[in-house]
Design a protein around this ligand. Sequence first.
Ligand code: ATP
Length: 370
Amino acid sequence: MAVREFAERGADLELVGIHKRFPGFTAIEELDLTIPAGSFFALLGPSGCGKTTTLRLVAGLEEPTQGRILIGGTDVTSTKAHERPVNTVFQSYALFPHMSIIDNVSFGLKRRRITDAEGRAHEALRLVELDHLAQRRPAQLSGGQQQRVALARAIVNRPALLLLDEPLGALDLKLRRQMQLELKTIQEEVGLTFLHVTHDQEEAMTMADTVAVMNKGAIEQMGAPAELYELPRTAFVANFLGQSNLFTGEVVGTTDTAITVDAAGMRLIVPTRRAQRHTGQVTIGVRPEKVALHREAPVESSERNMLGPGRVIDVSFSGVSTQYIVAVPGIGTMTVFAQNIGSGPVASDGDEVWVSWDVAHGFGLDDAPS
Ligand code: ATP
């Protein structure tokens, strides 16, 4: 079969004009997506945004109401699930409890009468560093090890595309972080195309080359993790991917290099190239770790935006950093993350403070202010 020809390496995936309507509910509005062969792509979004439905469409477990799905350039929209060069790793490992690890991994190959099924299964187990436990039963492995077996079992089929549906969701935080790095290393080694869905922004950013942020059945923004984080285009992305301080105001000046926004009588500057809108009512923002806290009014500078005086209304110390919530009259509350270099918190509840940030770090959104 033509689509199986891609099974030795990753293939690209194209979703063209996909809509998915369930009776009485539209789960996917209009989805156009190209995932290059060999990349690690994350679909990130809150519960119910349509991530799993997208995966199920790619796997062939759901049919799109409209649109086409191409894998390695071949249209698979009407291809049955088991004939697509795709494997899925779910959160539940679904290993056969009565079989050894090696039998679990080689099971599918043996059923398809593939020669050297055991050899290939050992190779997949070596890749996830579990070959030494090949004779054990699933119950004799830890949760993380079982998840690695599930991964080996998916990889052993050499699918062109591996779909991962919250595969680390059942693991504790520490193991989850460790598995994120391992998964990325394995993906780089095998060169398969990985499509990973998660609601965990840190997970998506740590692992993926490209992240697509999904909201209400559509993609809001897509790009390299650092690019999305540095320059979110919508309030949803600015707040789903980390935290942001957002201000609404009116543009009162525009040059080639900067826009000036009047927010409650305070002047804030954003580089023109970092702002989606250059006139009228706008929402602008800055990340909490880009904001500095001052105990005294800082010297005015055209290179820094400054707000204050305000008052600290909350301080939370978390070892590496401290989070301050500052109430600024007319503006609202601002969040500041400060690294604890040398000492702990530098201000307490009730202290009078000013905040400032380098103009270069601000961004302007495409959303109409709400
Ligand atoms: P989660 O992270 O909670 O799994 P998700 O982003 O994966 O969420 P989907 O499972 O894709 O979300 O569901 C998207 C929307 O489509 C949800 O509102 C869900 O209730 C709806 N939906 C999914 N399957 C069906 C179905 N068979 N019939 C009707 N509505 C459905």
